[in-house]
Write a protein that binds this ligand. Structure first.
Ligand code: ATP
Length: 212
């Protein structure tokens, strides 16, 4: 396949969402799907769906729409790494444990292979199949296991130190689940997901009766 330019972030997010919806569609026995059907599943416009799929260099037919199986495979070619990528979780509190359990057994190219914590009671325990190491060993294990993505679920006040340490260890991507906003070097991809802010934003609009 022709090498594509880097896709916009939002397109990559939506491609991941399309694939999840398409896998369910395919499992239900449907082999073709129109852009308006995908759009309906994800509450977006058919134009958006067609534009994203066109950006991948793929097209359907007017009469039959997209071939579901082929589209799932094309999205995989674009967004997945050939080899699976290794992920670690730092901070095995309630959120860290939930994330580890949620990912466990999911067939994805992303695998959580290690967790790290400073609490001696958690060190050397196994959570949903994932070993928790002492935080002191983080640099060593990340290098040894070639882990490329770190998920931070420590308390907010420790997030900056943890992310610095992750970057020194050679991590390429960080998902920050704490409410503390981080600075990382430009060659590290940072995604911040502050659940409390999101929820408070929703609560504000619900209070205002402004619910689209
Ligand atoms: P629990 O009650 O199991 O500790 P929690 O969700 O209340 O869960 P938090 O205070 O949010 O815990 O902390 C999340 C986890 O992060 C804890 O397990 C804590 O030991 C760990 N932690 C705190 N600081 C660091 C750090 N610098 N590096 C690694 N882990 C850390």
């Amino acid at each position: 396949m022709k090498e594509l330019n880097t896709l916009p972030e939002k397109t990559v997010e939506r491609l991941s969402q399309y694939r999840r919806a398409l896998l369910i569609t395919y499992a239900s026995g449907k082999s073709n799907i129109f852009s308006h059907e995908i759009a309906h599943l994800l509450h977006i416009t058919p134009v958006q769906v067609r534009r994203d799929i066109m950006l991948m260099g793929y097209s359907g037919t007017l009469r039959r729409g997209y071939d579901v199986k082929e589209l799932i495979a094309k999205i995989g070619e674009i967004i997945d790494n050939k080899a699976s990528q290794k992920v670690c979780v730092i901070g095995v509190g309630n959120l860290g444990r939930a994330i580890i359990s949620y990912f466990s057994g999911k067939r994805t190219k992303l695998t959580i292979v290690a967790a790290f914590d400073i609490n001696p009671e958690k060190v050397d325990k196994v959570y949903a199949g994932v070993h928790c190491y002492s935080y002191d060993r983080m640099q060593e294990i990340i290098k040894k296991e070639k882990i490329s993505i770190g998920i931070i679920t420590t308390p907010a006040e420790n997030a900056a130190k943890v992310s610095e340490s992750l970057v020194i260890a050679g991590i390429k991507g960080v998902l920050n689940f704490t409410p503390s906003s981080l600075n990382v070097s430009p060659h590290v991809y940072l995604e911040e997901y502050d659940m409390i802010t999101s929820l408070e934003k929703i609560a504000y609009f619900v209070k205002k009766g402004n619910t689209k």
